[in-house]
Design a protein around this ligand. Structure first.
Ligand code: ADP
Length: 256
C-alpha cells in the first residue's frame, strides 16, 4: 500500500466567513492522495474545483477540518514554515503560466532556487538540465512574451520542477494551450508520474486531459459526487466513462 501524501479530513471552506455574504464553497470533504497517484478533479464551473485544490495545497486554508501533507497538519505550521514546506514538497502549474514578463525565461525558471539562496553554479546546472529535457534550452535568454504559449507553459513546468517536488498541483494546466501542446504537456506529466513517481493532482474540464490520470474526483456543489478509478481500463475506455459522468451531470443541471 502506498503512503498517503495528501489528506483532507472534514475540510470545509466558507468564503466571507462570519459576514452576511458567507458562502460555503466546500462542505465536508474527505479525500486522500497516495504517493504516485495521478488525480484529476472535474466538475461544473463554480462547483468548487479551484477552492478544493487551493485548500489541499497550502495556497489557502480551510475554514474548518484538517489538511495533511506528508503527514503534517498545514494549520499547525507558521507562515514561514508553510513557505519552506511548499518549496520543499510542492510544484505548481497554472493555466496562465504565471511567468513574469520582466524576467527572462532563465530567471523565471530559477526563481524558486534564487529565493531559497541556492548556489549560482547549482542554479545554472539545474535550470540547464531541465530546460534541455523540455526542449527550451535555446530560449533561456528570451523574455516570456517572445515565446509561444507552449514554450511558456514548458518554462512554467521547469519552474514547477526545479526543486524536485514530490507533488505537482496543476489548475487547468492546458487551459491556454492548443490541442498539440496540450497532449505534449500531458505526456510530460504522465512520464513524470510513471517514471519518476511524482504525485499529480490536477484540475481540468477536459475529459481527454483527464483520461491521462489514474483517478477522477468529480465535484458538484462543493461535494465529492463521484470517484472513478482507471484501474484496468484502457485510456479509451476510461475516457468514455469520464465523458458519461460529465454528460450525466450536465443533464442534471439542465433538468434543474
Ligand atoms: P470552480 O473552480 O469549480 O469554477 P471555485 O472553487 O472557483 O469553482 O468557486 C466555488 C464557489 O465559490 C463559486 O460559487 C464561487 O463564486 C465561490 N468563490 C470562489 N472564490 C471566492 C471568493 N474569494 N470569495 C467569495 N466566493 C468565492
Amino acid at each position: 500500500m502506498s503512503e498517503t501524501v495528501l489528506e483532507a479530513k472534514h475540510m470545509k471552506k466558507v468564503y466571507n466567513y462570519n459576514t452576511p455574504n458567507a458562502f460555503e464553497a466546500l462542505h465536508d470533504i474527505n479525500f486522500q492522495v497516495f504517493e504516485g497517484d495521478f488525480v484529476a478533479i472535474m466538475g461544473p464551473s463554480g462547483s468548487g474545483k479551484s477552492t478544493f485544490i487551493n485548500n489541499i495545497s497550502t495556497i489557502d486554508l480551510p475554514t474548518s477540518g484538517h489538511v495533511y501533507i506528508n503527514g503534517r497538519e498545514v494549520r499547525s505550521m507558521s507562515s514561514n514554515e508553510i513557505g519552506r514546506f511548499r518549496y520543499q514538497n510542492l510544484g505548481f502549474i497554472f493555466q496562465d503560466f504565471n511567468l513574469l514578463d520582466t524576467h527572462t525565461m532563465f530567471e523565471n525558471i530559477a526563481m524558486p532556487l534564487s529565493l531559497a539562496h541556492v548556489d549560482k553554479d547549482e542554479i545554472h546546472k539545474r535550470v540547464d538540465d531541465l530546460a534541455k529535457q523540455m526542449d527550451i534550452l535555446h530560449l533561456l535568454k528570451k523574455f516570456p512574451n517572445e515565446c509561444s504559449g507552449g514554450q511558456r507553459q514548458r518554462a512554467a513546468i521547469c519552474r514547477a520542477l526545479i526543486n524536485n517536488p514530490r507533488i505537482i498541483v496543476a489548475d487547468e494546466p492546458t487551459g491556454n494551450l492548443d490541442s498539440t501542446n496540450s497532449s505534449e504537456l500531458m505526456k510530460i506529466l504522465q512520464r513524470l508520474n510513471s517514471e519518476d513517481g511524482v504525485t499529480i493532482v490536477m484540475v481540468t474540464h477536459d475529459p481527454l486531459i483527464t483520461s491521462y490520470s489514474s483517478r477522477l474526483i468529480y465535484i458538484s456543489d462543493g461535494n465529492i459526487e463521484t470517484v472513478l478509478e482507471k484501474g484496468d481500463m484502457t485510456q479509451d475506455e476510461y475516457f468514455q466513462k469520464i465523458v458519461e459522468i460529465n454528460s450525466a451531470e450536465s443533464r442534471e443541471i439542465l433538468a434543474k
